[in-house]
Design a protein around this ligand. Structure first.
Ligand code: SF4
Length: 375
């Protein structure tokens, strides 16, 4: 396989404030405080500077397909006029021969039918944060007055699903919480009509602890319960990105997610002050870690790409933690997502704080696949 070069995924922080105050948010409750100094909204001048520079970077590295994700804060706090204008600017990237996959990640609270129709016009993949049942979701995903957001998110999800397949590709993002049985979580998402499910282990490391620990159910157990429910339903149209990666990993194929250490992190974040930074998972590690002094008005995307810190992200497989020696999954897991390995004393040299969950689901998937192939 030819070596991949350059950045192919851009997180565009169009709005850097939020109408929710989720208890585990690594952005507003992590180690990094740089958001306090930045503008709340991205100006059009930043996008005008960004588009030609990302085209130049893509062409120089032979990249003909890029992922562009509207992100926040909460991107639906942007005006529809600004969203439309930005989408039209991104059309210039396609016109330059670089195909764009457009995604928007939202908390769903203000997802009206008008927003859904507008995003459908631009063939958007929409990812709505929903953590499970009302009880689990409302325990963490609260608004600024401390009220749960479940009902508002479900209303937003229903608005979005009306446009599913008509320009909108609708999915959910669930930050895993072992309070709930995994089978119940899966059935709940499916009962709402969700077919594209993204599961995320909570952002944590040796500085920022895992937010919810249930002595009666580990994250590994939770993942196994969801995996079994998914296998049991046996519906090919249900896509769970995390498990797709798990299955690919145990089958010896490259993973596409950085939840496993071997997938290179080729992600840049564009901030509301024009800063260009590595993936913002590092905000849970240390204050200012992603502030590399690179700005879209002055610098090129290559300046980020060739920065030592960014190259460390790309080459994280060169930093396999010693603690992983002897693990039968070291060649597929690689020690886990680099940000989850961080400790103040040893940098990224520890194994992931989610090791138990990663080992548990890899082992379970391998055994399930083996059993099914023998059946
Ligand atoms: S499962 Fe744990 S020990 Fe094995 S490679 Fe992953 S992080 Fe390391």
């Amino acid at each position: 396989m030819p070596e991949l070069s350059g950045i192919d995924t851009y997180i565009i922080k169009t709005v850097e404030w939020c109408n929710l105050d989720c208890t585990y948010c690594y952005f507003y409750h992590g180690q990094d405080t740089s958001f306090e100094k930045r503008p709340r909204h991205m100006s059009r001048a930043i996008i005008e500077a960004f588009v030609p520079k990302m085209i130049e970077h893509s062409q120089a590295h032979g990249i003909d397909f890029v992922h562009l994700t509207f992100h926040g804060g909460e991107p639906l706090l942007q005006s529809k006029e600004d969203f439309t204008w930005m989408m039209e600017q991104f059309d210039r990237i396609d016109a330059a021969g670089i195909r764009t996959a457009r995604k928007l990640t939202t908390n769903g609270v203000t997802l009206t039918d008008e927003w859904a129709e507008l995003m459908a016009r631009y063939n958007t993949h929409l990812a709505i944060s929903l953590d499970g049942s009302r009880e689990v979701h409302d325990a963490a995903r609260v608004d600024l007055a401390g009220r749960g957001s479940y009902d508002r998110v479900i209303r937003g999800l229903r608005n979005a699903l009306k446009w599913e397949g008509k320009g909108l590709n609708v999915g959910t993002i669930t930050v895993l919480n072992p309070t709930e049985n995994g089978s119940d979580l899966y059935q709940h998402l499916r009962s709402l009509g969700v077919k594209s499910i993204n599961l995320i282990l909570p952002e944590a490391n040796y500085v920022t602890p895992i937010p919810v620990v249930n002595p009666d159910r580990s994250y590994a157990q939770l993942l196994k319960e969801i995996f079994d429910a998914w296998v049991e339903e046996n519906d090919d149209s249900v896509d769970i990105g995390f498990f797709g990666d798990v299955v690919r990993a145990v089958a010896g194929l490259p993973a596409s997610s950085d939840q496993f250490g071997f997938a290179p992190v080729r992600v840049a974040v564009l901030e509301t002050d024009g800063s260009v930074q590595p993936t913002d998972n590092f905000r849970s590690c240390a204050d200012g870690m992603v502030e590399l002094g690179i700005n879209i008005f002055r610098d090129s995307i290559d300046d980020l790409y060739y920065h030592d810190f960014f190259q460390l992200c790309i080459n994280q497989q060169a930093f396999i933690p010693e603690e992983c020696g002897g693990c039968k999954f070291v060649n597929v897991c690689g020690g886990g997502r680099i940000s989850t390995r961080y400790s103040r004393e040893e940098g990224f040299k520890r194994k992931s704080v989610h090791c138990d969950a990663l080992y548990g689901i890899l082992d379970h998937a391998a055994k399930t696949l083996q059993k099914n192939s023998l059946a």
